[in-house]
Write a protein that binds this ligand. Structure first.
Ligand code: NAP
Length: 483
């Protein structure tokens, strides 16, 4: 299967924070790979900006090292790398100062798409937006890209939205949630709305419950200071898991366009019920087998921040009344895996003598080995009566799509190209982010007011015991966390 690559328009992409970790690991490699795929036209340019007083050649050397580290050797060729580096420029500037901005203004070309990637701390967003506007660097067709975290709570998210809105229309603002750029996440929509098969069953009448799991094996490592102020609820649930929940629970949008898709997601977030304390489990990984625990990793012995959270969530609408969504995410768990499992109800009546027919399950794996797995009952082969057995109909995208399936673009590749195309469907709208915080804030305020401490769990486990109990008390069971 050969995918079509449609080149985008020529662009000037300015990356503020171009010497940082995100630029190095994600943005520069993604741009290179899109260029290699033939999607970036020869006239496109990438202008790095940061305070470091370096030359264009220094920046090119930095970018060359980033590609060497983060693009697999099989995907790099010397001529391609040289052509990519040739498109890079650099301006030294301070987001909060005056120097350097005229140099940037002088570099911008008329008649090409202008995009500005704010790969810097959110505290600098306002200063950059203001200068882009005041110096006439941004035009009405310009786009700005902002990274997570978008706020720390509703108040700060509102303030950030208001700051950006002073200089840019909502139609110019691209809030990244890189989960939405993952191929499989988009496949959620394709599976639901591109097939007749699932939608008639996609409701409380037929779905017993939904499980969304995002498990990591790494600890907080070098991000300890940031993470300790956030925790799993702010770092993962408010954004990534919430987006997955929206795509599973939303009504069919009338059309696959930014306004229609985001309107439907917003309705889901607004329909989320407040979560009672009994439906929340927080955990913190303990020192295990000589490895440090969370408190040590975070450099805060008294930390009450959660590195794991599990929640039972209710969507208050006709479609989902009575079907809970169980969400869990955590660090230092047994395996690195992200999946959504839709567990269907039992058949209403069994014609077979054998009791305990297993439920149908539709599992959408986001990583690793992206694909879809549908569990169905069949007859156990062989003579000797009618015994049923559950088997998986397993489709790995890598196998089904051939070589291209094994080499799917990174989320950042798609998202940056969507920015250049001016397509906001896979980006979060301001009201969506605020609604997500409006639901998250009381949950966090609740455990803070109660003085709850997270339960310790062993590294390499499935999380704290109470997370298992959260399911057991409803007569249900989490799927095993495994790769
Ligand atoms: P980082 O490694 O600390 O890099 C920050 C960048 O900003 C550097 O290039 C730095 O260069 C520049 N900078 C700092 N102060 C500046 C100023 N006053 N004026 C101009 N440039 C300035 O941070 P990062 O990890 O790349 O993260 C960037 C943003 O992406 C943050 O908002 C972060 O939350 C978000 N994010 C990062 C990741 C990730 O994987 N790294 C993932 C998701 C979201 P100079 O010091 O030379 O100025």
């Amino acid at each position: 299967m050969v995918s079509r690559v449609i080149p985008v328009e020529p662009f000037d992409l300015v990356v503020f924070g171009a010497t940082g970790d995100l630029a190095r690991r994600k943005i520069l490699p993604a741009l290179y790979r899109r260029m290699q795929a033939g999607q970036v036209p020869a006239e496109a340019r990438v202008i790095g900006a940061a305070r470091a007083g370096q030359t264009r050649d220094d920046f090119r050397a930095f970018a060359a090292a980033a590609l060497a580290d983060f693009v697999p050797a099989a995907r790099r060729d010397a001529a391609g790398v040289a052509a990519f580096l040739d498109r890079l420029d650099y301006v030294a500037l301070d987001a909060t100062g005056a120097a350097g901005w005229d140099d940037l203004a002088a570099l911008m070309r008329p008649g090409v798409v202008r995009a500005f990637y704010f790969s810097v701390a959110p505290a600098l967003f306002g200063a950059i937006a203001e200068r882009l506007h005041a110096r006439g660097i941004a035009d009405p067709g310009s786009r700005i890209v902002v990274e997570k975290p978008f706020g720390h709570d509703l108040t700060s998210a509102r303030a950030l939205n208001a700051t950006l809105a002073r200089h840019f229309d909502e139609g110019q603002i691209y809030r990244i949630d890189h989960y939405l750029g993952k191929e499989t996440v988009q496949n959620l929509m394709a599976v639901r709305f591109g097939n007749i098969l699932f939608e008639p069953l996609w409701n409380a009448r037929h779905v017993d419950h939904v499980q969304i799991t995002v498990a990591e094996t790494v600890g907080v490592g070098g991000r300890g200071a940031y993470y300790d102020r956030a925790g799993a609820m702010r770092d993962m649930v408010q954004n990534h898991l919430m987006q997955l929940l929206c795509l599973i629970a939303m009504e069919p949008p009338w059309h696959f366009d930014p306004a229609a898709v985001r309107d439907e997601k917003l309705k889901v977030i607004r329909a989320l019920a407040p979560v009672p304390a009994a439906d929340i489990v927080r955990g913190q990984y303990a020192a295990t087998g000589g490895e440090p625990g969370y408190a040590e990793d975070a450099g805060n012995p008294d930390s009450t921040t959660e590195s794991f959270v599990a929640l039972k969530v209710q969507v208050r609408n006709w479609r989902w009344q009575g079907t809970p969504f169980y969400l869990r995410t955590g660090k230092r768990l047994r395996a690195r895996t992200s999946e959504i499992a839709v567990i269907f109800r039992d058949p209403p009546h069994s014609i077979f003598d054998q009791g305990g027919l297993r439920q149908n399950e539709l599992v959408i794996r986001l990583q690793p080995n992206e694909g879809i797995n549908l569990k169905v009952m069949i007859k156990e082969p062989g003579p000797g009566g009618m015994r049923l057995v559950q088997v998986p109909l397993d489709m790995s995208f890598a196998e089904a799509l051939g070589p291209e399936g094994a080499d799917m673009p990174d989320a950042y590749e798609r998202l940056i190209m969507d920015v250049i195309r001016g397509n906001q469907t896979l980006f979060m709208r301001g009201d969506e982010v605020e609604a997500a915080w409006a639901w998250t804030d009381p949950i966090i305020a609740g455990w803070e007011a109660r003085g709850d401490r997270p339960q310790p769990y062993d590294a390499g486990s499935s999380g704290p015991e109470d997370a298992l109990a959260l399911m057991h008390r409803d007569g249900r069971k989490w799927r095993e966390i495994r790769e």
